[in-house]
Design a protein around this ligand. Structure first.
Ligand SMILES: [Zn+2]
Length: 75
């Protein structure tokens, strides 16, 4: 039986990137490139969030990063 994972962040709907006064400075670049494949994420495209600081271009990249974190994470 597959283990039901309880990752509310990972299973949330895609987060639409919204410009706010609290947006990070442009030179931080943390929402501009996919954390997994390093592909540039278009300003007007969906950004898939995982954790507080990771943005991904697609749910596939995010899932792969989550898998990597589980393999190398706390055990
Ligand atoms: Zn990616």
């Amino acid at each position: 039986m597959p283990i039901k994972r309880n990752l509310s962040v990972a299973t949330a709907a895609p987060v639409k990137l919204i410009k706010t006064a609290h947006a990070p400075p442009r030179n931080s670049g943390f929402l501009e490139r996919c954390h997994y494949c390093n592909k540039r994420i278009a300003k007007n495209s969906d950004v898939f969030m995982y954790s507080d600081l990771c943005a991904f271009c697609s749910v596939e990249c995010r899932d792969r990063q989550i898998s990597l974190d589980k393999l190398g994470g706390s055990n």
